[in-house]
Structures are given as C-alpha cells and as structure tokens.
Design a protein around this ligand. Structure first.
Ligand code: CP
Length: 303
C-alpha cells in the first residue's frame, strides 16, 4: 500500500501549500488509517518533543498517539512546570531541546510570527500545533480529511465557517487549504468577529444561508473573551449564531456538522447535535491521529 510522498520537512502553515502537497498528506493519512498494526515503528530511534506553550487536549494527545504509533521516542514539555516560569524564552526553550538531540519539535504558542522565526532558526523540523490566530495546519488537514472521507472530494463543496473568524487559526488554515482544493468557503459571524483582511477570500453570509452549506463548521465561542464585551451573553450568541436544533433542521439531507472542539455545548451548538447522526465532531478527533502520523513522517523521513 505504498503512497508517494513529497520531499518536505516541517509544517508551519497551509497558506501557499499546493494542491498536490495537500493531497499527498491526505493520501498518506489514508494509508495510516488503513494500517492494521497499532504500532508501525518507522520512526524507531527518532526523538520528537511536543512543546505546548498554550493549553491543549486533542492536538497534544493526538500528536503523542501518532508519534508512538510510528515508534518514535516522545518527550512532552509542559510550560507550566518548566523554566518558562522563570522567564526563559520560547526560542531558548526550543533551542535547549534541540541541543539535547531531538529530531523534530511540535510547537503550540500564542504569539504570531514566532513560529516562522523558529522554523528559520531551529535546525530540526518544526510542526505548528497552533499559533495565535494565525494557523492550525494539522487541524485543517484533519478537517479536510474528514470532508474528503465523507464526500469523496473537496472540489465543489460549500463550507460555511461560523463563529469567531477574527480570532480563529482554524478558520484561516481551512480557508487557505479549502480554496486551494476547489471548495467555496463562506463565513458567518457577528460584526465584531469579522476578519476584514479575509473578506476578499470568503463572503460573509447570514446564519440562515450558512446552514445550507454542505459542511457547517462551527467554531468555539471564546467565552474567556466574554468579559471584554465580545459577546453579550452565551444565550444571546446561541440565539443569533448558534447551531440550534431548529437551524439544523434546515440543513441539506447530505450535509455534515463539524467543530474543531473544545465545544461549548448549548452555546455555539446545541447539546443534542454534538453526537447526532450528521455530526462528524468525534470522527474529526479520530482522524487527527492518521493525519498527524502523515505530517510527522513527512517531517522526519523526507527531509
Ligand atoms: N482542536 C484543538 O486544537 O483542540 P485542543 O486545543 O484541545 O488541542
């Protein structure tokens, strides 16, 4: 079941990634999903460090599962119990791990621009596990993989991304890759969650129009921003922008619901819809493992 892979190393973002390269990663993920062995030690003897300077459940653990399934040695760095608490910089932290002999680093950070700098200055491949509101490339790849599994092809699909577009790295990575693969992307968001710099790439539509898309992708309401006045209340947000049971009833029969999670049940999506028949939310999480296996393998075996 050999699938050709393109020569490449780290993964900082999907903006500018070619259709061929995106498809090569998705094809390799399909290979790993079909692999009957839980562990296939192609990365035996390689050390991968997961360096999360921001909290995570799905991304961190699915990278760890993916690395272990490939037979890599895994180091998990937790900022909260590290010398970051003494003021050590992100660069010095990553450089420290590199000096100890890691072969690749998976990094999540809040700051924008730092990931590109790390990729330039650190010699081992760096994989972006989410940086600020810039990119979350492996999330978008697993989203694409989920859509392709469902519909056979991405080209021609309409994908509505609903929620806090302004602060969403998931929206951005999906936008770049979906457009490259021939999907039509539309956004739906309150005025104060628009990203003006993206308006040339995806139109804003009403919630009633958005729920008619082939893929209805809900974004997490960042309730921690509630205090800053970004949303009036959780109830108000649900009423105007939430995927309620009533709104879901207007979806096309073939359409699916997606959400990168974590989920605020009863805010951006009704509790009853999270695990309903058309929801692919937990399938997305499952697909994250083979997709990240493909990304790590690409970084370590094709450099
Ligand atoms: N979807 C996602 O990135 O989830 P985590 O923040 O839990 O990694």
């Amino acid at each position: 079941m050999a699938v050709a892979m393109e020569k490449s190393r780290g993964l900082i973002g999907l903006k500018g990634m070619s259709r061929d390269e995106l498809e090569s990663i998705l094809n390799r993920a399909a290979f790993w999903e079909a692999c009957p062995n839980k562990v296939e030690p192609v990365l035996q003897g390689k050390f991968v460090a997961n360096m999360f300077f921001e909290n995570s459940t799905r991304t961190r653990f699915s990278f760890e599962v993916a690395e272990k399934r490939l037979g890599a040695e895994v180091l998990n760095f937790a900022a909260a119990v590290s010398s970051v608490q003494k003021g050590e910089s992100i660069y010095d932290t990553v450089k420290t791990l590199e000096s100890m002999g890691i072969d690749a680093g998976v990094v999540r950070i809040k700051a924008i621009g730092v990931m590109e700098e790390l990729a330039r200055t650190i010699k081992v491949p760096i994989i972006n596990a989410g940086d600020g509101n810039n990119e979350h490339p492996t999330q978008a790849l697993l989203d694409l993989y989920t859509m392709r599994k469902q519909f056979g092809s991405i080209a021609g699909l309409t994908v509505a991304i609903i929620g806090d577009i302004k602060h969403s790295r998931v929206a951005r990575s999906n936008l770049w890759a979906l457009r490259e693969l021939g999907a039509k992307v539309m956004f739906c968001a309150p005025d104060n969650m628009h990203a003006p710099e993206l308006e040339a790439y995806a139109p804003y539509v009403s919630i009633d129009e958005a729920v008619k898309a082939d893929v209805v992708m809900m974004l997490r309401v960042q309730l921690e921003r509630h205090d800053t006045g970004l949303i009036r209340s959780a109830e108000d947000y649900r009423e105007h922008y939430g995927l309620t049971v009533d709104r879901a009833a207007a979806m096309a029969p073939h359409a699916i619901i997606m959400h990168p999670a974590p989920i605020n049940r009863g805010v951006e999506i009704d509790d009853e819809l999270v695990e309903c028949e058309r929801s692919r939310i937990f399938a997305q999480m499952a697909n994250g493992v083979p997709v990240r296996m493909a990304v790590i393998e690409r970084a370590l075996l094709n450099g």
